[in-house]
Every structure is written in C-alpha cells, then in structure tokens.
Design a protein around this ligand. Structure first.
Ligand code: ADP
Ligand code: MG
Length: 730
C-alpha cells in the first residue's frame, strides 16, 4: 500500500529508530517538528556539490573555498581587553583532510564553536584563505556539520546549535523515513503532472533529500513547490466556489433601462472633468460583468496611489442605485470617510433618480449621507430611518457601517476602501444587513498594491482587477533621501544641519502658495509616545525652523471634531503645514500640497512610505518628498533607496516582498498552518499561476473533489479541518 501523507502526519517522530524522547523534544523546540510528516517536509536549506570541494593541500592565500575536513584539535580562550578593546572569545581549531593538508581556523566572538566542533567532528567550511605567521588560516568561516556523507551531493538542513541538532542528524533520520515509507500515494492527477512536466511524488521526496545530481534536486523541488501551491490554491478556489453556491446575488442591469430610463453611470462619466483612463474603463467593465451576473461580486481592485480608484468605486455603487438598491462605502478612518463624503457628494451634485412616482416629477435628488461616530444622535436617527425607508442612496462611513444596527432597505453594493480583513463572517453580516435574502456585491480596494502572485495567494478567493495606469499629466514626485547620522539624538546639530535644506524648501513652497505635510516618527505600540513625538515636533518646528508659518497638528488623540476642523483648515489653505502622524496615510487628497517630509523614514515600511508620498503629486505642480532618516539597517537602506529610485507602486510592492519575504503577507490572512515551506511567492511566481489554473480546472470539474480523495485529504491536512470542512461541505 502506497503511503499517504495523512498517515505520516499521525506518526510521532519517536517512531523512528534514531529518535528517542530527548531528540523528539529538541526537534519540537527547534523546528516544531512533531510528526514524521513534519520531518519529511523539513527540507534542505541548500546542497553542497562535493565535486566543488577543494583539497586543503592545494589552497592558496586569497582563495574563496569550500573544504570538507575533520577537526583535529580545538581550544578556546578569552582575549585580554588590551588598549581599550573589549575582551572577546577566541576559538582556534586545527582541521585536516585526506589530502594531508592542515588548516588553522579561528572564530572570533563565537565561543560556542568549541562545543560545536569537538575533535573528530566532520564539517564543511566555506571561507577565504588568509595567512597567519606563515600558516594557512580561515577566519570566521561558514560551517556546516554534515557528518561523513558519501553522496556526491550533500543536503544541508536548517540545524539548531541550541538544541544540538546537526544537519547530519537530520539526514540520518531522513534516510530512515524514506526507507521505511517506501512508495508515496500520488495525489495529483497524472495528466496534470505530465502536462507540467513534474516528477512523481515518491521520486520527489527521495531526491529532494538524497539527490545524486543538482538537476535531480531541482526537479524534486519543483514538484514539491507545486504541491504546496496547489493545496493553497485548492483551498482558496474551493472557498470561492462554496461562497458562490451559498449566496444569492442581485442581477443588475447595466446601461439605460428598458423604458429608456437614463443611465446614471454614463451620466456620471460624462460629468467628470476628465476622460477615464483605459485601465479605469477595463476595471469598470470587469465589475459590470460581475454585477450583471448571478453570483455576488467579490472583487479586489488593485491600483497604485492616485490611479483613480474612487471613480471606479462610485461607478459600481451607481449601478446598484439605478437598479433600485442602495450602496455603501466603508473607509478605514473617519477623516477618510468624511473626505470621501465631501468628494462623492460633489461628484454627484444635481443627480436625480426615479422616486417610484411619489412626487409630481417622478424623481428626487440622489442622496449621499455620512454616518460616523461624530454624527449627533438626532442626525443619526434620521439617517437610519431614511436608510431603512430607502430614501438614502449612498451611505459612506467607517467599518462600523456593517457592524452596527444599520438596516438598509436593499443594500446592493458595498465598496471597502483599503484591504480590510474581509472574510466569510463579514460577508454573512452583509447578507443580514442587505434588507433581503441576497448578498450584496462587494468590491475591496487595496490602498497599496501587492504583487500579482501574492494577491492570488493572499486574496485568492477574490477576483482581481488592476488599475495599472495613472491618469495622464501627473508630474513625477522628486524623492530625496536626507541621510542623518545613524546614532544621533534628535537635538544633534548634525541632524539639524542635514535637515536645514528641507525646511528651506518648505518655506519656499509655502511662499509660492503651496502646502506641506510633515509626518512624524512612528512609535511602535505606543500611541502615547507617538502623540508626544508629534507634539514635540510640532512645537519645535512652530517655534524654530517654520516660525511664522501657519502650522497645524493632527494625531490619533486629537478628538475627531477637532480633527475635522484641522483637516478643513488645511483643505481651505488656512494652514500652510500639517504636522501629523500616519493618520494621514491613506487617501487624504489636498492637491495644493507639494511637499511631504517624512521624519525617521527608516522606521516605516515601503508600503507606508509609498502611501505617504502619494499624498503629494496630486496637482499639476511638481512635488517633492523628503525621506529624513538614517540607514539603520541594511533593509532600511534598501527600502529608502528603492523609494528614491522608483515611484511605481507595483515595482515597490515586488521589492517589499523580496525584502520582507512572504511570511508577513501570509500571516495577515492565512489561518491555520502556513503550508509554504519550500515555495516562494517571488521565485515561484509562474508556479503560483499554474497551480491556480489547475485548482480551477479540478474544482470546476468536480466541486467536492470527490474523484480526488487524496487531494481532498491533503487540503484538509494542511489547512486545518474547520476550514476544509466549511469549504467542502457548504
Ligand atoms: P486613488 O486610486 O489613490 O484612490 P483617487 O480616486 O483619489 O485615487 O484619484 C486621485 C485623483 O485623480 C483625484 O483627484 C481624481 O479626481 C483624479 N482622477 C481620477 N481619475 C482620473 C482620470 N481618468 N484622469 C484625470 N484625473 C483623474
Ligand atoms: Mg482612494
């Protein structure tokens, strides 16, 4: 009987001959390995091709080499901290290989090496050959403990110094697992494997751990990467289809009505002072197709900052309105909700809709209302009543719109600005609010683009539209990185000197009638400190560098009534400079602002920096963004350099994914186990797309995966039972 992965998942590692309770605990602590399956999927970090090993006897000073050697002697001591230097651990070893050569290896500040490399240990060393008093030496080489392995290719596993788990321990156990497991049951249909030129599962597990050539290891990796991605995509596609089955959507009419009723959406487009971009037209067409279809829309609209998502969103909402339903728009903050309310009200000024014959003219003005916590109780009661009666057409507010006792007469479409967590439960909540048996159509808009393949994985149960084109005539934003000394205090004169040109530029722009933002350091996990730092900066600049200018302050602790007052003053140009925390991050739209100063920019992520920068460059004047900060880490350096190099949000998203890895992205949405041990959303982009295609193919031919019980079992196994239960049964 061929072995199923679920069987291996039921076997504790102690079932292996080589693994007793002590090792089992160590494996758990070091790698969360509990079962034989966990062990089998603890993949090599890399491989060493032993034909690339060099003989110690042939080494020359200056070579970068890899040698395999046996430790002869090792000893450690602490140096004296002479001449103001700190004392440190110094470990010296003598290693030799069968060529008869000897090499001295020294480790600085790595006292533990003495324990790791006792005399007799076999290791592989990578490093540069130097000379010390006429002897060949290697200082702080990379070390892999691989034991005496005979194959030409040696797998190197993630190991744990702390738990004393070496790569050679892991390969020994892996060999045992593979021998005892024998044949693996094949979960993926043969025709899929053939088409994608993938090897069978038994060979894949064997050769990922014990390859004879590098080519074999690569083919094995490819197959196992596909399996991981296929499981994730199957779960997502199953969820997507299950939701479609479980919900009834409204079928909206697009375009003018049968009796010649006017088409609100076309009228809206004609009223705009600009033509739609090609990308906007494409996205609107994709959305229209969803709205006209029987299933509720669940679509993600990705678009760079300033790409014009609002117009697309309003177009979708108007389709619902002209079909006799209502629309809702949820913004992430009150400031944004208020701004959207103003903007959308202005866009729809003077529009009328049919009132079902209750008035003399048969129509009434289209009504857009705002509902936030700032609305007075009386006002609130009025809005809620009119909403239930169907007299309000578009409701704009924060996320609270769907959480509170808000009842629509018939909610047709919902737009969620920003990538809120919007899962199964929220969709159920929407259905309850819709005023009918239907689930409203939902459009989720990302504030920041994420790479396509990442979107497919993280938001894989959504359809995706992309605005990959900015409206014409945008003037590019100059981005300048003002490097400050890495370890400087805020009042360091060197910082003041570095910043001086920034404040000069702000003054020049203000003198020319423009406005500026100053964004203050983000203080992790302490709103109080964040508020203090913004307040300090506000006071320092008002009394110093920006004295004489009208400076305002905005942060999370400003009461919302005052927040609105400050925003209003800034919009009306009663303020020249707005000092703020990241409350202004998303969506704030003041085209007259031409300077964005981000202090301690090294503390922000790429996505945030890009969002903040997007607050300027909204008008026709040239804008500038100053990133003030130190290259505190290599990553910070790369982030800031990338910001200077490009303003393309999609490109920045790719760089961000490269820098941060997918872990952070996945963690945001993925429940249960993260199955991506080998696959990388960056390196394996094409495999993400292929896996998604195959997932659609399989699920659409066989919605419960009844003909693929093994795949079904594996989706279950890797994604958690509750999740799989929901997907496969609903
Ligand atoms: P975002 O995608 O960041 O939400 P917005 O919808 O706020 O972008 O649009 C940014 C600005 O671009 C707004 O001032 C809007 O009026 C303008 N805009 C939108 N579409 C176009 C277009 N096709 N041509 C010119 N300007 C446009
Ligand atoms: Mg927007």
């Amino acid at each position: 009987m061929a072995r199923r992965l679920a069987q291996l998942a039921a076997l504790p590692v102690t079932q292996l001959r080589g693994v007793g309770p002590k090792y089992a605990e160590a494996l758990e602590r070091a790698f969360e390995i509990e079962t034989v399956l966990d062990l089998l999927t603890h993949y090599p970090r890399r491989y060493i091709d032993r034909t690339n090993l060099q003989a110690i006897r042939d080494l020359r000073v200056g070579d970068e080499v890899m040698v395999m050697a046996t430790v002869r002697r090792i000893s450690g001591r602490r140096t004296r901290g002479a001449r103001g230097r700190r004392p440190m651990a110094l470990v010296t070893a003598e290693v030799a290989d069968p060529s008869g050569g000897h090499l001295q290896v020294v480790f600085f500040n790595q006292g533990w090496r003495e324990r790791q490399l006792p005399a007799g240990a076999e290791c592989i060393l990578f490093g540069k050959v130097t000379e010390n008093r006429g002897r060949l030496q290697m200082a702080n080489p990379l070390v892999d403990l691989v034991g005496t392995q005979t194959g030409k290719i040696v797998a190197v596993y993630p190991q744990s110094e702390k738990e004393r788990l070496t790569s050679s321990d892991l390969s020994r156990w892996m060999t045992e697992v593979l021998e005892r497991a024998g044949e693996f049951a094949e979960a993926v249909p043969e025709q899929v494997l053939d088409r994608l030129d993938l090897i069978d599962r038994t060979s894949a597990f064997r050769t990922v751990h014990l390859p004879e050539t590098m080519g074999e290891a690569t083919a094995a990796r490819k197959r196992l990467v596909f399996d991981e991605l296929l499981r994730v995509q199957l779960a997502l596609v199953l969820r997507k289809r299950a939701l479609e089955r479980a919900s009834t959507g409204l079928v909206h009419r697009i375009g003018p009505g049968p009796a010649g009723e006017p088409d609100l959406v076309s009228a809206f487009h004609e009223r705009l002072s600009f033509p739609l971009t090609g990308a906007q037209r494409r996205a609107i067409a994709e959305i229209d197709a969803d709205l006209a279809g029987p299933h509720p829309m669940h679509r993600l609209l990705q678009g760079d900052v300033g790409a014009g998502k609002t117009v697309v969103a309003v177009s979708a909402l108007l389709v619902a309105v002209q079909n006799g339903h209502q629309g809702a728009l949820m913004a992430p903050t009150e400031v944004l909700a208020e701004q959207h309310h103003l903007g959308i009200k202005a866009l729809l000024e003077g529009f009328t809709i049919g009132d079902g014959g209750t008035s003399l003219f048969g129509e009434r003005p289209l009504r857009v209302e705002l509902l936030t916590n700032r609305v007075t109780p009386t006002e609130r009661r009025r809005i809620l009543e009119q909403l239930a009666a169907g007299d309000v057409d578009l409701l704009i507010g924060t996320h609270a719109l769907i959480q509170e006792a808000v009842e629509f007469r018939s909610l047709g479409a919902v737009v969620i600005d920003e990538q809120h967590r919007f899962g199964v439960e929220q969709r159920a909540a929407l259905r309850d609010k819709s005023g009918g048996e239907h689930t409203p159509d939902v459009l989720v808009m990302t504030a920041t683009p994420i790479p396509r393949t990442a979107a497919m994985t993280v938001y894989g149960d959504l359809d995706v539209s992309v605005l990959d084109e900015l409206p014409p005539g945008r003037t590019p934003i100059d981005t300048i990185w003002i490097r400050t000394p890495g370890d400087a205090e805020a009042d360091d004169p060197a910082v003041a000197a570095a910043e001086a040109p920034v404040w000069d530029h702000v003054r020049t722009e203000v003198a020319a009638g423009r406005q500026a933002y100053v964004v203050c350091p983000l203080v992790d996990e302490s709103e109080k400190l964040e508020v203090r730092s913004a307040t300090d900066t506000f006071e320092r600049l008002s009394a110093g560098e920006l004295t004489g200018l009208r400076v305002g302050l905005l942060h999370g602790r400003v009461p919302s009534a005052d927040k609105e007052v400050v925003m209003d003053q800034f919009r009306r140009r009663d303020l020249d400079v707005l000092v703020a925390t990241t409350v202004i991050e998303v969506g704030v739209d003041v085209p007259n602002a031409t300077v964005m100063v981000i202090l301690d920019a090294d503390r922000f992520g790429i996505a945030q920096l890009h969002q903040l920068r997007g607050r300027v460059g909204r008008g026709s004047a040239t804008s500038r963004c100053y990133l003030v900060g130190a290259a505190t880490t290599r990553e910070a350096e790369e982030r800031l350099a990338a910001m200077v190099r490009t303003t393309d949000g999609f490109e920045l998203a790719e760089i961000d994914l490269d820098l941060r890895g997918e872990g952070t992205l996945m963690a945001e949405r993925q429940k249960g186990r993260n199955d991506l041990k080998l696959a990388s959303l960056r390196r394996d982009r094409v495999w993400v797309e292929r896996a998604r295609e195959v997932a659609f193919e399989l699920v659409d031919a066989d919605p419960q995966l009844a003909d693929h019980p093994l795949l079904r079992e594996e989706v279950d196994l890797f994604l958690g039972e509750d999740e799989a239960d929901f997907l496969l049964k609903s």
